[in-house]
Structure formats: C-alpha cells, structure tokens
Design a protein around this ligand. Sequence first.
Ligand code: HEM
Length: 121
Amino acid sequence: MLSLGTLTLLRHPDQAAQVRDGDPATVAPAVEELLRLLTVVHTGRRRVAREDVELAGVRIRAGEGVIHQCLGQPLARLEMRIAYPALLRRFPGLAVASPIEETAFRDERVVHGVEALPVTW
Ligand code: HEM
C-alpha cells in the first residue's frame, strides 16, 4: 500500500504537492481516498454465522453475514498518514524512474502492489 500509494501520488503531482505542503488535515482524507482507489486486498472472505449467536448484545442468526474488520487498520492508517508526507518532504524531487507500462504489478497475489518501484530523486 505504501509503494502503490507512492506510485499513485507521483503520477498525480498536484495531489502529491497537497500531501507534502498542504494543510496536514488533508492527509487523512487523502489516505482514505488512496485506500478506496487502490483497494489492495481483492479477495474478501464472506463470514457467515453457522448458528444463531449473540455478540455484544447483537443477535446474529444462522446464515447472516457478520461484520469483520482488519485488526491492523489503525496502525496501517497511522503509518500511511506519517509515511507519505515524510517521504515526499525528504525527497522533494522524487519521481518514478521507469514508464508505467514497465511496472510489474503483483496482480496474482492476495495483496495487490508493485514488485519494485524504481525511483530517482
Ligand atoms: C493498508 C493496509 C491493510 C489492508 C488494506 C488490510 C486489509 C485487511 C483485510 C481486507 C482483512 C480481512 C478482513 C476480513 O476477514 O474480512 C484484514 C484482516 C486482518 N488484518 Fe489487515 N490490512 C492492512 C494492514 C494490516 C496491518 C498493518 C496489520 C497488523 C499490524 C493487519 C492485521 C490484520 C489481521 C490480524 C487481520 C485478521 C483479523 C481477523 O480475522 O480477526 N492488517 N486486513
């Protein structure tokens, strides 16, 4: 997500400039948009209750879908909110070194991303 998000920002210099120099309050929504746009986990597992169950006062009947979330999402969001602006500030001239057509994407993996992201700075 960090490499793919960096690639996306570098392909949209106006957005990268906003993350680097703009109001820090805009970084969190930018991270949300990157998460939405890139959706790096493509294979969601459907969780279905096998029998009637009550969880935290909520009754879930057999066959109903249940809400199931990533345990690491607060950490992942925090990392991205820190890493993207820090990277762009540390390397203001950061640029992708190879054409997008030559970028190897991890299309077959459970988590989508790039195999490598050659850059110049
Ligand atoms: C951008 C980064 C991340 C994305 C997009 C992501 C996405 C997901 C998805 C889609 C699931 C499956 C939820 C389900 O079962 O329906 C999941 C589960 C999980 N993730 Fe993440 N994740 C990210 C980062 C992390 C990090 C940084 C950690 C740990 C430090 C983490 C730990 C976990 C764990 C432990 C589960 C299993 C939760 C459970 O089954 O109860 N994730 N994640």
